[in-house]
Ligand binder design. Structure first.
Ligand SMILES: CC(C)(COP(=O)(O)OP(=O)(O)OC[C@H]1O[C@@H](n2cnc3c(N)ncnc32)[C@H](O)[C@@H]1OP(=O)(O)O)[C@@H](O)C(=O)NCCC(=O)NCCS
Length: 149
């Protein structure tokens, strides 16, 4: 498996990974209206547009399929998703290792992210500290999390 930067041609596959996660995983923890709102944020077009001001990474398996994604922008990580069929195989860890190395190489001392309630254990296992709990009317509950590099 390799971690590399998004190419425009990847956008439909990245959208599919994220939307599958939202519908199959996050939907166990968030109400349908929040999932529907999130799904609308991750069309192929919006994923391409998001890459204008942040680095979008993809995880590509040995068959050339996109199985995960994550974003990086000035010490802030976002949109970490691994397709449910490929969960618990270390893909999320590889994405996070790459993000943390990039941040370190940029001289960042501390990184931040907003964790969905279902992923808090994943980040805590990587040394992230659970910060403020936020309840957003539109996008539901999340935790601010930080890690000193
Ligand atoms: C959270 C997520 C990115 C983890 O990806 P993954 O590829 O399954 O993670 P890994 O296989 O690298 O797991 C690394 C470790 O974290 C643990 N872990 C994975 N998901 C976890 C979770 N949701 N809660 C607690 N621990 C978790 C694994 O058991 C593993 O521990 P181990 O090394 O002791 O076995 C993935 O489950 C996902 O995409 N979830 C849905 C989308 C989401 O909510 N993303 C976060 C947005 S902030």
């Amino acid at each position: 498996m390799i971690i590399r930067q998004l190419k425009i041609i990847d956008a439909p596959a990245v959208s599919e990974v994220i939307i599958t996660c939202l519908k199959e995983e996050n939907s166990k923890f968030y109400p349908p209206e929040i999932i529907e709102r999130m799904v609308k944020l991750y069309t192929p077009e919006l994923i391409i547009r998001s890459a204008i001001d942040r680095l979008v990474l993809v995880a590509e398996d040995i068959n050339g399929s996109i199985v995960g994604t994550a974003t990086f922008n000035l010490g802030f990580f976002g949109s970490v998703f691994v397709h449910p069929n490929n969960a618990h195989q270390g893909v999320g860890s590889k994405l996070m290792n790459t993000l943390e190395s990039l941040a370190k190489n940029q001289g960042q001392k501390k990184v931040k992210l907003h964790s969905s309630i279902n992923a808090v254990g994943f980040y805590m296992g990587r040394g992230y500290m659970k910060g403020r709990f936020v309840k957003d009317v539109k996008f539901g509950k999340s935790y601010r999390m930080t890690k000193n590099l």
